[in-house]
Each structure stands twice: as C-alpha cells, then as structure tokens.
Write a protein that binds this ligand. Structure first.
Ligand code: HMG
Length: 464
C-alpha cells in the first residue's frame, strides 16, 4: 500500500471479519433543506467576524436553513421517502424505524409516529402499522446508539424485514453567539440489513461516558446552552477514551492485531468523526493519532519533525508541564507528518459539512455520505467511526466496506447543494426566531408542517 503515515504496507486484514459481520449499512439517503445562508459576505460583515476565521478557523462556508414549513419530522420523512424510492422498498419491508434526534417536537409522542403518518400519505393509510418506532435521545450520539441497537435486531435474524435508522436535527444556537456559525439542519436515513452493499459493522464498540455540562437544552428552551471551549475538550477526552477502549477490544478479539512497531490506525483506512464543524474533525484526528502513534514506528518521524514530547517527570511545576504539553499538541497538529495522514484518512469526510453546517446526530453519517459521493471508499477498506454526544458520551466502532459499494448509485448531493436558494441575513433571522411564517420556497413534492392545533398536535401534509 502507500507510504501515507498511518497506513501499513500490508493487506488490511483477512476476509474473516467480513464473513463474521454481515450486517450493516446497505444504502443511505440525505435530506438537506433547500435554503442556505452564506457565512462570508453579509453574515460575517454584520457579525464583525473575519470571513477567514469562518472558512479556515471553523471550516464552514454555508449554513443550511429550514424553511417555515419544515421541522425535524418533515426532514426525517423526506430522507426516509428518498431511501424507500432509491431502494424500491415497500412499507411492509421495514420492521423497525429507530430515530435519533435532539430536536424533539413532542415530550411524549415518538417523532417516528409523525414520520410514519407522513409516509402513509404517500404509501396508503395503515401501510406501516406492523413497523415499530422509537426515538433515541442522547445529543449527537443518539443515531449511533440507534444503529448499534438495530444492528443486533437485524443480526438476530428472527424477522426477515430490514431496519431503518433516521437521524434528523435542526442545530440552533442564539443569534450572535459563537455557536451561531456552526448551525445547520438535515436528515440522514440508513438502511440496515444483512449482506449490506456499503459496509458491514464489525460489532466492536468502544464507549466513554461522563456527566458534563458542555452542551444541553433545558426543557422549554428553543436553543442550546453551550460552554464552547469546554465542549471541545469534553469531545476530545471522550473520543480518546472510547478509541482506547475500541483498540483494546479489537486487539483482544483478534480483529486488529498490530505487530511490533504498528498501531491500531495502521489497520484503518478512513477515520470519520462527529462533525460539529469541520475543524473539530482535525482536532479529533490529531488527538487520536497522537495517542495511537506514541508507541509505534510513527513516533520517531514525529520526534524528528517536532522534537520530544514533554513528560511530567521532567517538570517540578505541573502548570508549566501542561502549558508545554498543549504547545506540543499544537505543533503535532501542524506537523507535516500528521497533516499527510489527516489528508489521506480524514479530511474528505467533512466535504458536505462545509456546505451544510452541523446536523447534530446525523453529521457523522453526512461524513460517510461525503466519502461515498466522492467515491473515496474501496471494497475491504476499514472505516472507523468516532461518534460524540454532548452530556457526554463517545462511541468508536468500525465497519468494512463491502464489494457492493461501487454498485450503489450516487445521490448527486454536491450538485443538489448547488441548486439551493441563497437567503439574506434578514430572512435567516426571521426564520431563526420563528417569525418567518411564509415559506420562502413554495413546497413541491414534499412534506410540510401544515398547522399545530389547539391541543399542540401537529398536522403534516404531502404537497404534490
Ligand atoms: P470561537 O470562539 O468561535 O473560536 O469558538 P476560536 O476563537 O477558538 O477560533 C477557532 C479557530 O479559528 C482557531 O483555530 C483560531 O485560531 C481560528 P486553532 O487556533 O484552534 O487552529 N481563527 C482564525 N483563523 C483564520 N483567520 C482568522 C481567525 N480567527 C480565529 N481571522 C466554538 C468556537 C466551536 C467553541 C464555538 O463555535 C461554539 O461554541 N460552537 C458550538 C459548540 C460546539 O460546536 N462544540 C464542539 C464540540 S461539542 C459537540 O460536538 C456536540 C454538539 O454537536 C452537540 C451535541 O452533541 O448534541 C455541539
């Protein structure tokens, strides 16, 4: 194989793991609202932010904005409808719909029941009555926990039907806050079945959970409360903990067996992380690769470029040690050796997020969609996912690309994003504050929230 740092020169592993884990993602559909706000220009001028900070420092260019008739439920129904049409699925083929969201529209009623109600407007009343649905809430990691759970149901094989996992969210922070330019909206639907065409799950899950106040949305609040810098650190701590757990389990089960000088990421072709904003993926991969390379052959190349990492036993002053260690971490992230591995294994997964923003629980799967649309994944390659949810929890797991991956048609997502309508800052602010009651794009061939009645029940329709 290539001389990319972090890739060994051997075939990635035997085909045994493919046979052992033949449950996974067969196809996926993505729905992104048809309105967007460019973050350079009017937004950066009015907010007095250097556009370079947004495009380079944060890594975003455009923010997807839901129209007045859209919410998390309509977006979920749109991605599911597209998945069913792409895969020629009928309602009776689907046994379970597990839906991850932190943009709930009801405190009790599962969003999936609204979604089923919408789909029945297309497929006929009662057509989904044999399908169960449940909502997974765990900030941005909810969909991944749903995927883990549904994969065991599919693997049990007691029901011939397939499972669907839906991620759907509107990421919303207060206007003028530092979270504002990371907002986005969208939904991803995953088809989970045996003998999947895209990727088979290897069923090893490294987990890390800790009670944190990094990001939360108390009952009744429309926007999240976020302790921004602290949230970045929680994300990194959790990801490092979950990756260590994944690596230990993968070694113990013989899935990844690094030889002398090798490390776990040598056995991984693609690292995908939760993407609150694209730069976070760079921070995450720097933290994971620094941890993973430290005891491997890569470390001498790192030391040759940026010197020796500070060690606590050489310091009398703990604060000074921490300052020097943080400086070393920054040098590592800027090093050529790391950047080469980052470009090869990680960077492309953030391509769609740059045009969309954070879609919370679906953003890691938007990362998968980026790789698929760019045709970056080849059969047999290993994808390692690092999901994160505030509060906080991380889950690291892997999947192997299947031979059928090249037969799955493109979704034309990059072209579709180019066809969106640009909106003004004023239009965006009205929609954000719930004051833009009229749709900016007249709905056509889509689900709409028609009204909310006096009891708070939501009425959805399909507009042809
Ligand atoms: P901030 O204050 O906007 O950013 O906060 P900053 O000042 O730290 O700057 C960010 C980067 O831009 C830095 O790069 C700056 O140097 C650079 P670095 O030094 O790290 O390489 N920069 C510039 N670059 C070029 N030209 C310039 C320039 N100026 C500065 N002129 C923060 C950023 C993410 C904290 C904020 O946007 C925020 O609070 N966002 C919301 C929370 C969030 O996204 N947290 C991420 C981790 S938590 C998570 O992922 C969970 C979540 O998805 C929710 C869930 O789980 O449900 C959020």
């Amino acid at each position: 194989m290539s001389s990319i740092p972090g890739n060994s020169s051997k075939e990635i592993s035997s085909d045994k793991s493919l046979l052992r884990a033949a449950v996974g993602i067969d196809d996926m559909a993505v729905y992104i609202p048809s309105l967007y706000l460019p973050l350079t220009g009017e937004f950066s001028r009015q907010r007095d932010i250097d556009p370079e900070k947004l495009t380079r420092g944060i890594g975003v260019e455009r923010m997807a904005v839901p129209d007045a008739h859209e919410d998390a439920a309509t977006m979920a129904a749109m991605s599911l409808l597209e998945l069913m049409r792409r895969c020629d699925l009928q309602p009776g083929d689907i046994g379970k719909i597990y839906l991850g969201t932190e943009s709930a529209v009801d405190e009790a009623k599962a969003m999936g029941t609204y979604v089923i109600g919408m789909l029945e407007r297309v497929y006929g009343s009662g057509s989904f009555q044999g399908c169960s649905t449940v909502e997974f809430k765990s900030a941005c990691i909810g969909t991944t926990l749903a995927l883990e759970s549904i994969s065991y149901w599919v693997a049990a094989g007691e029901d011939e039907r397939i499972g669907v996992v839906i991620a759907t969210d509107v990421a919303r922070y207060p206007l003028h806050s530092p979270g504002e330019y990371t907002q986005g909206a969208g939904s991803v639907s995953l088809l989970v079945k045996r003998d999947p065409r895209i990727a088979a799950l290897e069923q090893i899950y490294g987990c890390f959970t800790r009670d944190e106040n990094d990001f939360f949305r108390p009952l009744g609040c429309a926007t999240a409360t976020v302790n921004g810098k602290h949230s970045n650190q929680c994300y990194l701590d959790a990801m490092q903990g979950a990756f260590a757990s994944y690596a230990a389990q993968a070694a113990q089960k013989g899935l990844i067996a690094p030889k002398r000088g090798e490390c776990t990421t040598d056995w991984i072709e693609h690292l995908l992380f939760h993407i609150p904003y694209p730069r976070m993926v760079e921070y995450a991969s720097a933290a994971i690769l620094r941890q993973d390379w430290r005891n491997s052959r890569h470390w001498k190349n790192v030391e040759a470029e940026i010197g020796v990492e500070p060690e606590p036993q050489n310091y009398a002053d703990l604060e000074k040690y921490q300052v020097d260690l943080a400086g070393y971490a920054r040098s590592f992230a800027r090093s050529r050796y790391f950047q080469q591995a980052y470009n090869a294994k990680v960077k492309d997964s953030a391509a769609l997020s740059r045009q969309v923003g954070n879609i919370y629980t679906g953003s890691i799967y938007l990362g998968l969609a980026s790789l698929l649309e760019l045709r970056k994944v080849q059969a047999k390659e290993r994808l390692c996912f690092g999901a994160y949810g505030s509060g906080c929890s991380a889950l690291v797991f892997s999947a192997r690309a299947m031979p059928g991956i090249s037969s799955v048609p493109s979704r034309g997502l990059f072209e579709r994003l180019e066809r969106r309508r640009e909106i003004s800052l004023q239009e965006y602010e009205l929609l954000h504050e719930g004051e833009g009651k009229e749709s900016l794009n007249r709905p056509s061939e889509e689900f709409v929230l028609a009204r909310i009645d006096h009891q708070g029940y939501r009425h959805y329709e399909y507009v042809r």
